[in-house]
Design a protein around this ligand. Structure first.
Ligand code: CP
Length: 309
């Protein structure tokens, strides 16, 4: 379980900084050290993905490992095979570590506890998406050097977002000031927010947009919402979308982030996505190097506070 990466909360500060440092170093060098030659990485994606799956695959290849993806929709999972049995069979086929995306919160922990190979959580339900938060932080660190006292607005469907949960944990630990904003029905409860001291909760974005250093826009997670949480998509865009009008409220040096997939015209306008302040595609590129660092950690080949372990 120790070499598994399930949440940001499990990581000590030195390990957190080590992962970010490794990722930034790998990106600077654009290095492809074949440190995982001979290893096979099992990609278990029970939920759709473009960026996470392909960047893990790319990261594994760059490190000399072989990615082996289980095609869930055409696999024996459809006949009722369990997660643990599927994983045990992949291990028998030569897999040395797992990357798991799953619609259920806690699935990555079940897999990590149920068999001996390391597991990297690539998103479990509404719970956690640690490598996304790490790549978001690494993207901002490349720009700013430090996140201390930087003000980041997380805008949108925070309640259903594993990206937001992992970011609330990570950004606050890196001493950023975080404000969340969205309709009350799409924000976490005050009780849940108590776990993240200092995080401010606002309903309308206009008061914050002119002041923040970055805005992270989130997709409406319709697949996780129950009916009746927002009146309509058009009204959501009108009050909470990063529209052209709201884009003009941002400072000239503010950054725009989105974990993807973005739905232009709904939570973010196309103009914001291609604005010079947008880091959306840099996030995707940085994701390769964060995932290389996470894979190295799974095999005990990672940095702790900048020193090689
Ligand atoms: N951000 C993210 O997890 O994207 P994918 O769902 O495409 O992997």
């Amino acid at each position: 379980v120790n070499r598994s990466l399930l949440t940001i909360a499990q990581l000590g500060l030195s390990e957190l900084n080590g992962l970010l440092f490794s990722s930034i170093q790998l990106q600077k060098q654009n290095a492809k050290p074949p440190l995982l030659a001979g290893k096979t990485i099992g990609l278990l994606f029970y939920e759709n993905s473009t960026r996470t799956r392909l960047s893990f695959e790319n990261a594994a290849r760059r490190l000399g490992a072989t990615p082996l993806a289980l095609a869930v929709s055409t696999s024996s999972i459809q006949k009722g095979e369990t997660l643990l049995d599927s994983a045990r069979n992949l291990a028998a086929l030569g897999v040395n570590a797992f990357v798991l995306r799953h619609p259920d919160a806690g699935a990555a922990e079940v897999l990590a506890r149920g068999q001996p190979l390391p597991v990297i959580n690539a998103g479990d339900g509404m719970h956690a998406h640690p490598t996304q938060a790490l790549l978001d932080a690494a993207t901002l660190l490349e720009r700013w050097g430090s996140l201390e006292n930087k003000h980041i607005l997380i805008l949108g469907d925070v309640r259903h977002s594993r990206v937001a949960r992992s970011n609330l944990e990570l950004l606050t630990r890196l001493k950023a000031k975080v404000t969340i904003c969205g309709p009350g029905s799409l924000l976490p409860s005050q009780r849940e927010l108590a776990a993240y001291p200092g995080v401010e909760r606002i309903v309308f974005p206009e008061s914050a947009l002119p002041h923040v250093d970055a805005v992270m826009v989130l997709r409406l997670q319709k697949e996780r919402q129950t009916a009746g949480l927002i009146p309509s998509s058009a009204e959501y865009t009108r009050f909470w979308g990063l529209t052209s009008e709201r884009l003009r409220l941002l400072r000239k040096d503010a950054q725009i982030l989105h974990p993807g997939p973005a739905i232009p015209g709904l939570e973010i306008c196309a103009e914001a996505m291609s604005d010079p302040r947008s880091l959306i595609l840099q996030q995707v590129e940085t994701g390769i190097f964060v995932r290389m660092a996470a894979l190295l950690r799974a095999f005990g080949l990672h940095e702790v506070s900048g020193g090689s372990r």
